[in-house]
Ligand binder design. Structure first.
Ligand code: SF4
Ligand code: SF4
Ligand code: SF4
Length: 348
């Protein structure tokens, strides 16, 4: 049964179990968020998505408020706007605000919200955190907790997407901070270096180490592709600048994997432009590999294959090839080579 409610004077229909935030967004009403991410369980921590609801006291976080029949919601009254500005002002009192050299610039959700609500950078002279920048020595995730807004998206991404529970929140009040394990290094806390925490972090607090300094979001063109490392076939976007792949970003609309990737898919792209990479076929001549043309190499393979038939030949397929390629290989093995000796590395 659809649920009827009113948002900003417009009657809309929502599904039972949806939150006010989901219903609003599904109907084109923009409500700002920081701690919320559609892939993660909502926690109502940042208070940026507050709304007013008739017959309910105070301002309520829309990301954790279930829709109800007859609900009357306002999303942008002066009181709400004032509250959102206050939340952002408080965040900026303890933030480096060095966007010009921040890795997240142009892709930072805090920056977007501050821009949307036109909040001035804080000249707050009180206490600020001063964590060592880049302190964690893991090879793939760069940490700068001075930029952390304690949204806990990293905590939830690691627990809910990757199932590792590396991150947690330690201490209370001003001393609240994100820690790996019992405040140890990420690797000591069991990190698998999947980079999900960096992918879900809305600020420059957790970023991808290998692509630091290699360009801004607007300087990259994105090319959707399929990972070559295993048969899961995750999709992601290569970020290309000046003809070079400089970063991988995962995407919610990737069919197989959504935002999730393993360490190989997210960070194992540097082989592509590596100078040691083979770019031409090699043929062994007199015990030595010699560079050849593709025509020469393919002719040689065809000639050798023609010397064998039936069970003299066996084919071992690879998970690094696509389903379509593997289909063609088995078809070639059965129809052309005349044998059913086909197997796949995934069974080994
Ligand atoms: S995290 Fe965002 S708001 Fe903070 S310095 Fe970086 S770009 Fe600016
Ligand atoms: S890189 Fe992956 S496993 Fe490691 S802390 Fe981040 S989300 Fe968890
Ligand atoms: S490190 Fe990033 S994702 Fe984690 S709590 Fe801080 S701002 Fe949020």
């Amino acid at each position: 049964m659809p649920i009827n409610l009113t948002i900003n004077g417009n009657t809309i229909q929502a599904r039972e179990g949806e939150t006010v935030l989901q219903a609003a967004r599904a109907n084109g009403v923009h409500i700002p968020t920081l701690c919320y991410h559609a892939d993660l369980s909502p926690v109502g921590a940042c208070r940026l998505c507050v709304v007013e609801v008739e017959k309910m006291r105070g301002l309520i976080a829309a990301c954790t408020l279930p829709v109800a029949e007859g609900m009357v919601v306002q999303t942008h009254t002066p009181k709400i706007v004032e509250e959102r500005k206050f939340v952002l002002e408080m965040l900026l009192t303890d933030h480096p605000n060095d966007c010009m050299i921040c890795e997240a610039d142009g892709g930072c959700e805090l920056q977007d919200a501050v821009y949307e609500y036109q909040v001035a950078w804080s000249d707050h002279k009180g206490k600020r955190h001063s964590y060592p920048v880049g302190a964690d020595q893991n090879p793939f995730v760069f940490t700068d907790f001075n930029k952390c807004i304690l949204c806990t998206r990293c905590v939830r991404a690691c627990a809910e997407i990757q199932g590792r529970n590396v991150w947690g929140v330690a201490n209370r009040g001003f001393n609240d901070k994100i820690v790996a394990g019992a405040d140890v290094s990420m690797l000591e806390a069991g990190c698998e270096q999947c980079g999900a925490c960096a992918a879900y972090c809305p600020t420059g607090s957790l970023t991808d180490k290998p692509s630091r300094g290699k360009g801004r979001a607007h300087q990259f063109s994105k090319v959707r592709t399929t990972c070559v490392y295993c048969g899961v076939g995750c999709n992601f976007d290569f970020n290309v600048r000046d003809g070079k792949i400089v970063k991988v970003t995962s995407a919610r609309d990737a069919y197989v994997n959504g935002m999730a990737l393993c360490v190989k898919g997210r960070y194992g792209y540097e082989f592509i432009h590596h100078p040691d990479r083979l770019t031409k076929p090699l043929i062994k001549k007199d015990g030595k590999f010699v560079e050849s043309s593709w025509d020469e190499a393919l002719d040689l393979v065809a000639e050798k294959l023609a010397q064998h038939r039936g069970d003299e030949f066996a084919f071992l397929a690879s998970a690094k090839a696509t389903n379509e390629e593997n289909y063609l290989f088995q078809k070639f093995t059965r129809a052309v080579m005349g044998t059913n000796s086909v197997d796949h590395c995934a069974r080994l």
